[in-house]
Design a protein around this ligand. Sequence first.
Ligand SMILES: Cc1ncc(COP(=O)(O)O)c(C=O)c1O
Length: 282
Amino acid sequence: MERVRADSSPTELRKHLFYETSHSPSLADLVGYEKAKDIIDFCFIANPYYPTREMLEDLKENFPNLIKSYPSSSSITSQSNLAAVLHVNPDHLIIGNGATELIVLINTTLIERIAVPVPTFGEYIEKLKDQRDAELFTLRPEENYKLDLTAYLAWVHQRGLKALLVINPGNPTGQLFSLDEMIEFLERAKDMELVIVDESFIDFAGDTIPSLLQVAEQFSNLLLVRSMSKHCGVPGLRLGYCYSGNLYALMFAGSMTRCERLRGLRYILREPISFCSKLKAA
Ligand SMILES: Cc1ncc(COP(=O)(O)O)c(C=O)c1O
């Protein structure tokens, strides 16, 4: 991409900002690394208190080791470490290079048609095999783009869709559904094959984080997506994960790649019973 001059006019910057999607082009692409350090990116919320100075020092000290050694090709260690922090079963986690990588995998392996409330984080639509596979539930400016979960689910049912997305808190609105509201919604959405709940901003939502992680085992069609870019303040490290409480997903833990595990998840979400009997027979 052609570099934009730091003294470009607002109109010129707008043109460059919007001809690619989501976080592309990056600030560094736009104005260069040096200048990017002095600019506040209002495109997303990042925790200003993380990483702490001590953490950065630690990273700096270990950086030569990090870049001079191969990382493990198995994600078991990182899964266990993350699971210990989240108090969840490590085998239910799939770690990715940012939530975006996982969204791309989900979109290309799990989705045939999906309901998406808009406006929203563009990757859920743009990274589908065919953008027409997204059925758009349009939020209205006169209602401050508020999502009504009951109306949304009724619309999803009416259109015969089997997969849907909820981002909680919403991007770009910040609209937050409580844990009780989400549980009630999931109870009513049990006939869906796949319910994706993106909780990338949930860590900003209160001292007690109202995440569905703690109840995910109760909903076999639930796939949680969480970015670590925002609350850990490290978008450059590209860290994110998916979590499914689906017991059958456990059987896919281990040697499979993320892509294979997601493909497996698609199969078991749809056909848990035949999958299980095949597994028993094997
Ligand atoms: C709702 C939502 N999900 C996921 C992402 C992607 O996060 P990551 O930086 O982990 O790829 C974003 C990024 O802005 C987002 O807004």
